[in-house]
Design a protein. Structure first.
Lengths: 584, 422
């Protein structure tokens, strides 16, 4: 039985985060495969990742080297038989830089050299996204250890840099399955990042004339995930030698075009072409279609399917073979994710494949926003307004009824429940990616672009549907620190015993305590909540941060019912929508 | 051109015969070096140019920017050839000129908008909006000139610009093109070569090139462009060129000042592998090549000639700021004192290694009166080395303003496949 240590280092992450069970399983499998022996996760392993010092001072090399060596010396009490050093991940806002890898290589090399002095022969397994080339200067510090067989580098594809004997010890197919299980899948990320913008959009449709929509779908934040999903779809639906025509239709924007053209080197895909060019080339006799292979028609959104019906009517006229139809978003279908919608189009039964099912409101006539003379907005990435408009807010609120606050939810700093509160949780659930994008844009507008990078977001542990912080993390790369709800009640009074709260956190919620403790004291933090009534949560969390000597950069809430007097909050406080409740 | 510019005035005119980068550099350097009154208005005449490289456009941009900063007038005569004018438009050269001269001026409006020969782009035009091939989109949207900062006095080079360039180069479209065409080391499988492109191009080429620009003292502007070239003779193998230019103090002058100040110029970074370099020095007076063998562990001294100082910029530990304390006057105030931008690094060593050893390409530097090219060395013979370095002194009395870094990488494609997708 060998003793396994693990170290997960996430570049750009500003506080430690819990390591999932799936990752632990993966590390154990890797260690056992590469030692050919039973391994046991060491009790003295931390269940948390190591926050990155790389985003702070210095070029990072020496700091990372020292940080890793200190961590291994202080945290790993038992002797190391085998260690998995996972540096394959960075936050979405960070690019792993060569100098940082030099720091990691130097630290692992130092550990191996030290083990050699004591006649020990551990195995250090470094997990990277792509293995370095033989002789890569960035990993040169590790070359002696790689040659000795006491270290190796394993990448996401299961390729190894190190002694040849390790190559046959990894079953690459099984490794990829475990790796996939341990990470968020592309569809999960799509769910968190595909934005449904609210606004007033005028769509000029060549086939159906113009109409208004309430929603515009923006996939520009998740193009990589979409490309991955479409690659998988093509490889599952077509044989490699079929090479279907891949035809895309996205008249409202360019994000689907970007995704589809990026599939150019996919062996299973044939010619890639926009719908307009395809139809005009067919009419002009410029392209020939293999009638035995269904072309693949990819659309961004299918709502009423009237546009698709018109497309397929044109298709019929040209006597083209029936296409397979894939849409990123469908408004109908059997599943919330990865579903089908069987529909009759141009007098034929068709099956639509889709990735996400989302509602879309569209008005052919009698658009209520036109009646109110709300100006049209442009589609694309930029939102016309920093905050939520009243129309958008109340329409979002209209998806579920306002409800009286439950007694159990009343924070101790308020005596009476709110008689009616908007269904914020459902609003976030339906519009999370858009609200997250708006929140980030709002903050960056005031504090500068990139200001969220490396800033941990401290928020209360909300229950139920996906809360806003999850969306913000996926888009901005912020690290989340979730604080249990009772902290708010304990700290709402001016005379609260903060030391006692910290002590309780340390014993009852060690992960939370460790995360808070791991935030670099030179790093500011941000506070986030979904709505504020009297500022109690802000005050409580601010007290906690003050005690921990962490600066609060800003406070953000989706909707504020607070009537803030000028100068009443001594920090930058932002809300996407402000609504002063009538006095009772 | 404005009305004032149309008026007949006595201009010293530099007539460019062609638009090749080396030729443009040579002609403009000789012209400006021989100019007796540098304050005189000059004209750069592109009227006869039938083809122009993006590197030439950046060179001219650097000259116009420098002269504008010194209140010296520069007038450009546009190419007579419509296709070249069209290329300047699509490559956003006029917008870039406007950005470095005066964003509010109408400097080139008539050339830009009222070209008498302007016509609707044909379907066969490689830059046609209706062409939805990956390469056309990349050419249209990712490669044309971008002036990244300096359009307002507050917009100084900062880590924000480095980050946004990293984001841009990681975008799905450009990354798909790079992954499809960049070549990894010989013998490597296609999938792994794709991973290497994704892992290394942004992090080791874009990041280090941008850091190099940002860290140059007194830099206020950064401009970048790239281009793709497939030769007609062997259309399966081409060249991808990426260029970064900043208007900061030149590398040689910067390092000279650090050495003259007497402080250390070696950082305490971990040692990196030593590369043997065959350094060939050329200048106008020398008819024979003068080749010396140096290594990337070379440390220049007080007595080192300027060419050695330029060479040392690709060495692994030489920096003008080993403790990372400097650059405070050069970098904008809002960059924290502990920012990586203020720290020493081995950036150009890593960049050169990546361009040469991972992607099989070369790196060139143009600064002051020097041009340096670094490529893979000879495998055998007296000049056997890891890198072959050629340094040329363009001894005309003209000093190129700022620093221009050019990375050239070989690219490959399958013609049959490319044609079948059309």
């Amino acid at each position: 039985m060998r003793n396994l240590h693990i170290m997960r280092y996430v570049f750009g992450s500003s506080s430690s985060e819990p390591i999932s069970d799936e990752l632990h399983d993966l590390y154990l499998w890797i260690a056992q495969s590469l030692t050919g022996d039973e391994c046991e996760l060491s009790d003295d392993n931390s269940a948390m990742s190591l926050p990155s010092v790389a985003q702070l001072g210095g070029s990072g090399m020496n700091e990372i080297n020292n940080q890793i060596l200190d961590y291994m010396r202080d945290q790993w009490e038992k002797p190391t038989d085998v260690a998995v050093v996972d540096i394959a991940r960075a936050t979405p806002s960070e690019t792993i830089r060569p100098e940082w890898n030099i720091g990691v290589a130097a630290a692992v090399a130092a550990r191996v050299a030290q083990a050699g002095v004591h006649n020990e022969s551990p195995l250090y397994i470094v997990l990277c996204r792509a293995r370095p080339t033989a002789g890569d200067v960035v990993w040169s510090q590790l070359s002696t250890a790689l040659n000795s067989g006491m270290a190796l580098i394993l990448d996401d594809a299961g390729l190894i840099r190190g002694q040849d004997r390790f190559v046959s010890m990894i079953d690459r197919d099984e490794y990829k399955i475990l790796l996939k299980k341990a990470r968020k899948t592309a569809i999960d990320i799509l769910e968190l990042k595909l934005i449904r913008r609210l606004g007033h959009f005028r769509v000029a449709n060549r086939l159906l004339g113009s109409y208004c929509t309430k929603h515009y779908f923006d996939g520009s934040e998740c193009k990589d995930e979409l490309a991955q999903l479409i690659r998988t779809f093509i490889s599952e639906q077509y044989k490699t030698n079929e090479k279907p025509f891949v035809i895309f239709c996205d008249p409202e924007s360019d994000w689907l075009r970007d995704v589809v053209v990026s599939l150019q080197d996919l062996p299973a895909a044939g010619s890639i072409i926009s719908l307009d060019n395809f139809l005009s080339n067919v009419r002009g006799g410029l392209i020939r279609i293999n009638v035995d292979v269904q072309p693949l028609l990819i659309l961004s959104v299918v709502g009423t399917a009237r546009t698709l019906n018109a497309i397929l009517s044109e298709w019929e006229k040209e006597q083209l073979p029936d296409p397979k139809i894939l849409t990123v978003i469908s408004t109908h279908g059997d599943n919330a994710q990865m579903g089908n919608w069987d529909v009759t189009l141009a007098d034929k039964e068709h099956r639509l494949f889709y990735f996400l099912r989302r509602a879309r409101m569209r008005y052919q006539d009698e658009c209520p926003m036109c009646r109110l003379e709300i100006p049209h907005q442009t589609t694309g990435r930029a939102d016309a307004y920093l905050s939520l408009t009243s129309y958008d807010f109340w329409e979002m609120a209209d998806i579920a009824e306002c409800y009286p606050e439950k007694k159990a939810d009343i924070p101790s700093h308020r005596s009476s429940p709110m008689k009616a509160q908007p269904p914020i949780r459902q609003m976030v659930h339906e519009n999370g990616p858009w609200l997250a994008r708006k929140a980030i844009d709002l903050i960056e507008n005031y504090l500068g672009e990139g200001c969220l990078k490396g800033v941990p977001i401290v928020h209360l542990d909300e229950m139920g549907a996906k809360p806003l912080p999850l969306y913000i993390r996926e888009i901005s790369g912020a690290t989340l620190v979730s604080v249990p709800n009772w902290v708010r009640n304990e700290l709402s009074d001016d005379g609260a015993d903060i030391a006692k709260v910290l002590e309780r956190l340390r014993y009852d919620h060690p992960h939370c305590y460790e995360q808070l403790d791991s935030v670099n004291p030179n790093n500011p933090v941000a506070l986030l909540e979904e709505f504020t009534f009297s500022g109690g949560t802000r005050k409580a969390l601010t007290r906690l941060m003050e005690k921990l000597e962490r600066e609060v950069l800003f406070h953000l809430c989706v909707v504020s019912f607070e009537s803030l007097k000028p100068g009443s909050a001594n920090m930058k406080s932002f809300s996407l929508y402000n609504f002063t409740l009538p006095q009772e | 051109m404005t009305e004032q510019e149309r008026s007949p005035i006595a201009l010293k005119l530099c007539r460019l015969e062609n638009g090749l980068a080396g030729s443009v550099d040579e002609m403009i350097s000789q012209f400006l070096g021989s100019l007796q009154n540098q304050d005189a208005a000059i004209g750069i005449d592109l009227s006869q140019v039938k083809f122009i490289e993006p590197a030439s456009l950046i060179f001219i941009l650097a000259i116009v920017n420098d002269r504008k900063a010194k209140n010296r007038r520069t007038i450009l005569r546009p190419p007579k050839d419509y296709d070249v004018r069209n290329f300047l438009r699509t490559w956003r050269f006029f917008e870039a000129l406007k950005a470095v001269t005066d964003p509010s001026s109408q400097y080139t409006s008539d050339v830009k908008s009222h070209d008498p020969k302007r016509r609707v782009l044909s379907r066969n035009d490689s830059m046609s909006q209706s062409d939805d091939s990956l390469e056309s989109i990349v050419k249209r949207e990712y490669l044309p000139i971008r002036v990244l900062c300096g359009t307002t006095p507050e917009d100084r080079p900062s880590n924000h610009h480095v980050d946004s360039e990293l984001r841009r180069w990681n975008d799905t479209v450009i990354m798909a093109w790079l992954q499809s065409h960049l070549m990894g080391p010989q013998g490597i499988e296609r999938d792994e070569s794709r991973d290497l492109a994704k892992e290394n191009f942004p992090a080791r080429i874009v990041f280090e090139a941008m850091m190099n620009c940002v860290r140059h003292p007194e830099a206020t502007r950064i401009a970048t462009t790239s281009h793709i070239y497939w030769p007609k003779k062997s259309p399966e193998k081409g060249t991808y060129t990426a260029i970064w230019w900043d208007d900061g103090k030149g590398i040689v002058e910067t390092l000279r000042e650090a050495i003259d100040a007497g402080g250390p110029i070696i950082s305490d970074a971990p040692p990196l592998p030593e590369k043997q370099c065959a350094v060939k020095m050329q200048d106008a007076s020398q008819t024979r090549d003068n080749c010396t063998m140096l290594t990337t562990d070379f440390v220049p001294s007080h007595d080192s000639p300027d060419s050695d100082l330029l060479f040392s910029s690709i060495c692994s530990r030489v920096t003008r700021d080993p403790e990372g304390k400097g650059h405070r006057t050069a970098l904008s105030e809002d960059i924290p004192q502990d920012s990586p931008l203020r720290q020493p690094g081995m950036g150009l060593y890593i960049l050169a290694d990546c361009a040469i050893n991972i992607f099989g390409g070369s790196v060139a530097f143009r600064t002051d009166e020097y041009f340096m090219n670094v490529k893979i060395g000879l495998k055998r013979g007296e000049r056997k080395a890891d890198y072959a370095v050629a340094i040329k002194c363009i001894d005309t009395g003209f000093e190129f303003p700022g620093n221009m870094l050019t990375v050239r990488l070989p690219i490959t494609r399958k013609i049959a496949e490319a044609e079948s997708r059309r």
